[in-house]
Write a protein that binds this ligand. Structure first.
Ligand SMILES: [Zn+2]
Ligand SMILES: [Zn+2]
Length: 307
């Protein structure tokens, strides 16, 4: 089952010719999970050929305009396209009032339900059949959240030869074992799933920081992530300014990814002062080699893990 991460907007604070405002999309089976929702996101979605009718959840990191102003436009566009499916929006305190006020003043009707979840505490905020989304309190200039998308482990590999050797007839009983249930053979013998299957296969993990300074607990929160999407608004020479403004630099982001033992790092929320991002990349790669600087419409494929 493939999973793609699409960078719809990679600018920090103000858009540029090349970069739209923050939005990252995980495309997985028939579902889309969007992290932050910068202005004009629906046009970015059209360009990236992302659907408007799919099952969708949106996770907002904090209530700064560059991260939330895309929401009213996106919802309105979806209504004009006659979307029917519910949309779920997660974000810090204030998101509900923000959306309700805009809807009231602009008087736009929606063709689909919108479920808003305000998050007050860190922890699991969304528990689905095969994944969870966890929130952590990050460290920006306003209340802010980082998010981790974590797939639940998949059952291990099924070994038909083991099942046959134990006398389990092919069909119904095989399928029950594959789904993790024990089965009883006609002769009364009980077979456990791990008699015929390998150990559970790890799921994939993606962490999105939103705007933040490096924050306590990140290494644990992002531990062993397949992908860390970390903001790096300003370069190392502006470390002090970054701290003042509640942001991170490339080497800070890279050190965080290293501590977390992540597999890959993507830097995003890039300030308009860097039309050439080589400097940012070099600063990060001193600490974490497998780094790229995000560009609008960049896509990453995350293959299933087999062990
Ligand atoms: Zn921002
Ligand atoms: Zn911000």
């Amino acid at each position: 089952m493939s999973m793609r991460v699409i960078f719809l907007g990679t600018a920090g604070s103000v858009p540029t010719v090349e970069r739209s405002l923050p939005a990252v999309l995980i495309k997985r089976q028939n579902e889309q999970l969007m992290f932050d929702c910068g202005e004009g996101v629906q046009r970015q979605m059209i360009k990236a050929k992302v659907g408007f009718h799919k099952k969708t959840k949106i996770f907002v990191s904090h209530m700064h305009g560059d991260h939330v102003l895309g929401l009213p436009g996106l919802l309105q566009t979806m209504a004009l396209m006659d979307r029917q499916k519910k949309i779920e929006i997660y974000g810090p305190e204030g998101i509900k009032q923000f959306l309700e006020s805009v809807r009231e003043i602009l008087q736009f009707g929606l063709t689909f339900p919108v479920e808003i979840h305000e998050i007050y505490d860190a922890g699991v905020i969304c528990d689905e059949k095969d994944y969870i989304v966890e929130a952590a309190k990050s460290n920006h200039v306003v209340k802010s959240l980082a998010y981790a998308f974590v797939e639940k482990p998949r059952p291990g590999k099924f070994y038909p030869e083991k099942a046959r050797a134990l006398g389990v007839p092919e069909g119904e009983l095989w399928s029950r074992l594959q789904h993790g249930d024990k089965v009883k053979l006609p002769n009364g013998q009980v077979i456990n799933p791990n008699d015929v299957m390998g150990s559970p296969r790890q799921g994939r993990k993606i962490v999105y920081t939103g705007d933040t300074r490096p924050f306590k607990g990140f290494a644990k929160f992002a531990a062993n992530a397949d992908l860390v999407i970390h903001e790096a608004t300003l370069d190392d020479a502006l470390t002090e300014k970054a701290a003042e403004d509640g942001h991170s630099t490339p080497s800070q982001a890279a050190q965080e990814a290293k501590k977390a033992e992540a597999k890959q790092l993507v830097l995003t929320h890039i300030s308009a002062r860097y039309p050439d991002v080589r400097l940012l990349l070099e600063q990060a790669q001193k600490f974490f080699k497998n780094t790229v600087v995000a560009e609008d419409f960049m896509e990453l494929e995350l293959p299933l893990l087999d062990s």
